[in-house]
Design a protein around this ligand. Structure first.
Ligand code: M6R
Length: 616
């Protein structure tokens, strides 16, 4: 949602903070701002729009050199994305500055209370109230900033990461977190606070994961963590297993292009150490015993957006391999329908970021009902793995582009691993059947690379279709989530009407959308194996073509049956149908990316969006 950076050390705080904000800009880019402490005085600068606007402002009006500072990049919730509502927010005296990620639900009440005591609030944000509460709680510098923060946190309702700095305490930055991410970076003679380790990865890979409802004081020489009552807080220290190069574009124009190209490696890394030489699954890290797994009688996958589509793919694989009923639910809907959960229900929460609030709240609801929760997550140190019974990390490395690509394909792989492991533990598949699927899985990175090596026709097609007003995607079986994902990518990046349909549903209404020249993109299942799926898909293709659609068909090498009904054929290597999304998704990602470029959009930072959606 928003990106937060804090720094105390010997370097230029402004330099460190701006560099950190650049790496966090994927979290929000409605405005950016900094607050610096220099010569016992607090100075702020903030500007609507992307970070570049703030940098231009700082060039025009430079700030005094400082070694303590904070910075923020915003995804607006309360108040328009203008200069006035940009963070940091300051108190009446201009001594306290606060930045915030999340929503303070009781802000209207707090604001009225503060105004009745004579405070003047100048923005429309929920955050500004905190600056004034800290002004009162520090009592003109008599009470330390960390103590004041603890007192203020008791007054706040909602989700928040807060980071504050105070002119009377120039050697410290204080943070607090509830339901929203905040990590500490430990350096030599310097320390960092940030929403995500990417902000300080250029300086240190030693991180501290804060717990729920904790306050942290970061000084040059140390870090103190407590709960909101001042008792020592438990934290988890860890070493980040990727480096600066993973968080940089590395010569690509956009992070998304780099992340698309990284997919074969990311998929291989996600399997690494989880398959033994006999192609058996080894998931000791999962923290659920075999007895626990044998007791499961229902699986519910909860997730949002692209991760939800990974869940839809998982359903086909898990039910097929384990015979356990598997439902897939949008996390944002889950807890409001009073789902039937028992101790033998396994909830699989899928989230690249591990911070999506809708998924987190659904996960918590499931745990309250005593269901077991397994998180599939890409971000070490995030909230969901900490709050789950078990975790399976995807090893995709940092995903910076707002549009998820390698995050998605590695989630699908993680779901396959979970399904196969359950089949292994419960004996619903013979060892040699599992070994065959595992061998097929091991072959996928090389096949993905072949898809990536031959995508120029897809780019050309995207440029050719850049003026289209609508694109439809069709799929059957696992091709259906692929169609949904293709449409989501196009909406998100190209800002155009795009819809994914289950191909069989078309004749029940959506076929009315087909008119002369409408592009329809389909991924056709393998003609080998369950050929009935393939044949039905080819029939659907004929139906839309007969009504004037321009058909773009993703089909296996050697499948010539589609050719009479395809205006364009995009070839992918042969694979088992269940694994096909690992291949057929890639051209759709590239298509959306190229379409966005052709339409002049910012591929990495699409309008109105943010990478981690930490509000409900
Ligand atoms: O971090 P998460 O996987 O929980 O994020 C879920 C969605 O917000 C995310 O997948 C979103 O749909 C992507 N921007 C799509 O590309």
């Amino acid at each position: 949602m928003c990106g937060i950076v804090g720094y105390v050390g010997d370097q230029s705080a402004l330099g460190v903070v701006i560099e950190g904000l650049r790496r966090l800009e994927y979290r929000g880019y409605d405005s950016a701002g900094v607050a610096m402490l220099a010569d016992g005085k607090l100075a702020t600068a903030k500007k609507a729009g992307k970070l570049a606007n703030l940098e231009a402002l700082l060039e025009e009006s430079p700030m005094a050199p400082a070694t303590t500072g904070i910075g923020h990049t915003r995804w607006a919730t309360h108040g328009a994305p203008n200069d006035r509502n940009a963070h940091p927010h300051v108190d009446c005296t201009g001594t306290v500055a606060v930045i915030h990620n999340g929503i303070i639900e009781n802000f209207a009440h707090l604001r009225a209370e503060l105004e009745s005591r004579g405070h003047e609030l100048v923005s429309d944000t929920d955050t500004e109230a905190v600056a004034h509460l800290l002004e009162e709680a520090t009592r003109g510098g008599e009470v330390g900033l960390a103590d004041a923060m603890r007192a203020v946190c008791h007054r706040l309702e909602g989700a928040f990461t807060l980071v504050a700095t105070h002119a009377d305490f120039p050697d410290a930055v204080v943070g607090a977190r509830r339901n929203s991410p905040l990590v500490v970076g430990r350096g030599q003679g310097e320390n960092f606070l940030a929403s995500d380790v990417a902000a300080f990865i250029a300086h240190t890979r030693d991180a501290v994961e804060l717990g729920q409802d904790q306050v942290v004081e970061v000084r040059r020489d140390g870090v103190t963590v407590t709960d909101f009552d001042g008792n020592p807080g438990e934290v988890r220290e860890y070493h980040v297993d990727w480096d600066l190069s993973a968080a940089e574009k590395g010569g690509y124009d956009f992070f998304m292009l780099k992340e698309i190209d990284e997919q074969p490696q990311a998929v291989a890394d996600t399997m690494l150490g989880r398959l033994d030489d006999d192609n058996r699954l080894v998931l000791d890290e999962m923290r659920l015993s075999d007895d626990d797994l044998r007791e499961i009688d229902k699986i519910i996958v909860i997730a949002c957006g692209t991760s939800f589509h990974a869940g839809l793919v998982a359903k086909y694989a898990i039910e097929h391999w384990t015979r356990i009923p598997c439902e897939v639910e949008l996390a944002s809907e889950f807890r409001y329908r009073d789902p039937v959960l028992t101790r033998s229900t396994l909830i699989v929460a899928i989230s690249q970021s591990g911070e999506t609030m809708d998924t987190l709240m659904a996960l918590r609801h499931a745990r309250e009902q005593k269901a077991k929760v397994l998180a599939i997550c890409n971000t070490n140190g995030s909230t969901m793995p900490r709050e789950s019974d078990a975790v399976l990390y995807t090893h995709a490395g940092p995903e910076v582009a707002v549009a998820s690509t390698k995050g998605y394909l590695t989630q699908i792989v993680a779901c396959y691993l979970v399904g196969l492991y359950l089949a292994q533990v419960r004996g619903t598949k013979y060892g040699d059947e599992i070994a065959k699927v595992v061998a097929d899985l091991r072959a996928m990175p090389a096949k993905m690379q072949r898809v990536l090596d031959d995508l120029e026709p897809v780019r050309e097609l995207a440029r050719d279709l850049a003026g289209a007003t609508s694109v439809l995607f069709l799929g059957r079986h696992v091709g259906y989530p692929t169609a949904l994902e293709g449409a989501l990518k196009l909406k998100e990046l190209a800002y155009m009407h795009a819809e994914g349909f289950a191909a069989g549903e078309l004749k029940h209404g959506p076929i009315a959308l087909i008119e002369e020249g409408v592009p329809v993109i389909t991924a056709v299942p393998s003609p080998r194996g369950r050929s009935i799926l393939h044949d039905k898909m080819v029939s659907n293709l004929q139906e839309v073509r007969a009504r004037g659609a321009r058909t773009i068909v993703i089909a296996e090498d050697g499948d010539t049956t589609v050719e009479p009904y395809a205006d364009v054929v995009i070839r992918i290597p042969q694979s088992p149908t269940l694994l096909q999304p690992l291949l057929s998704t890639i051209p759709l990602q590239v298509f959306a990316c190229e379409m966005a470029k052709a339409r002049g959009h910012d591929v990495d930072q699409p309008r109105n969006l943010a990478k981690s959606v930490t509000v409900e």
